[in-house]
Design a protein around this ligand. Structure first.
Ligand SMILES: Nc1ncnc2c1ncn2[C@@H]1O[C@H](COP(=O)(O)OP(=O)(O)OP(=O)(O)O)[C@@H](O)[C@H]1O
Ligand SMILES: [Mg+2]
Length: 262
């Protein structure tokens, strides 16, 4: 069904005799789609503001709990079996803190500190740190590779860009529970410095691909859905674009492009 707007006009001759009528139908699908989009962005904006407030309020008590947990652990005997419980609480707390930090990074206005950088160095460092933080069981099953053609320089906020790559690497790894290949490729294409992160994981359906960058969209039981929203926000802050190619069963390839330096 197509929404339409219609208007009818009678056609008469000079003597006023009816000759017929003209019916004009206007296709309103585009207008409707725009209205829906507007409604959606309003909802997202309100949601974002609420999330930022909650995140901010939640952070202080989280910090306090962390402090008390440390005191508790310090006062316990080395062999106390209850130590394990305190560890578990600290782990849960760290996860909460990560989520809240992501929320804040996503919602607070950021000004990137852009400096000339060699993308290969940035990517190598990000991959190295990422591998260090990986569970050994996981990283053993995954083949990591990094390949650059030529020197690729760009204005980059290294800290923010690391977050971009970290999120792409985590998603890639999570898409390959049975292991596979995580490839990073860098090259220049016209005025763009390009970075590709590809995996041989589950891939995405059209529906997932369409919504993947929406804040709070997730298909994971423990996901928040902010990873790619953050990636997109930060790439935009670098004057760039991020896109994805993916098919179910065939893995995914994320392409980040930012303006290159001559
Ligand atoms: N490399 C990938 N392979 C397959 N699906 C992916 C990949 N990257 C993202 N997705 C899909 O896009 C969704 C959104 O990703 P995003 O990183 O924004 O959130 P998340 O990973 O679910 O949660 P979070 O990153 O906040 O912990 C994922 O839930 C997943 O369905
Ligand atoms: Mg993610």
């Amino acid at each position: 069904m197509v929404p339409v707007d219609s208007s009818t006009a009678l056609v008469t001759d000079e003597a006023g005799r009816k000759l017929g009528a003209v019916e004009v139908l206007r296709d309103l699908s585009e207008v409707r789609a725009l209205e829906e989009q507007l409604e959606r962005s309003r909802t997202l904006a309100a949601l974002g503001e609420m999330a930022a407030n909650v995140a901010h309020e939640v952070r202080n008590p989280l910090g306090a709990i962390g402090g008390y947990l440390e005191l508790l652990e310090r006062d316990m005997e080395e062999a106390d079996p209850k130590r394990k419980l305190v560890r578990k609480m600290a782990e849960g707390l760290a996860r909460l803190d990560r989520i809240v930090t992501n929320l804040l990074t996503y919602t607070r206005p950021l000004t990137p500190d852009l400096r000339e950088a060699d993308l290969r160095e940035v990517a190598e460092e990000a991959l190295r740190f990422f591998q260090l933080g990986c569970d050994e069981k996981v990283s053993k099953k995954v083949k990591f590779s990094l390949e650059f053609s030529g020197t690729v320089r760009a204005y980059v906020d290294t800290e923010l860009f690391q977050q971009v790559l970290f999120n792409l690497f985590s998603n890639a790894l999570q898409a390959m529970p049975e292991g596979g290949e995580l490839k990073v490729r860098g090259y220049k294409d016209g005025g763009w410095a390009c970075l590709e992160v590809s995996d041989s994981g589950t891939g995405m359906t059209e529906e997932v691909k369409r919504r993947a960058f929406d804040p709070f969209f997730t298909t994971k039981a423990k996901g928040v859905g902010l990873g790619l929203a953050l990636v997109q926000k930060m790439v935009h802050l670098h004057g760039g674009e991020v896109s994805v190619e993916s098919e179910p069963g065939k893995g995914s390839k994320f392409l980040v492009r930012i303006p290159t330096l001559r």
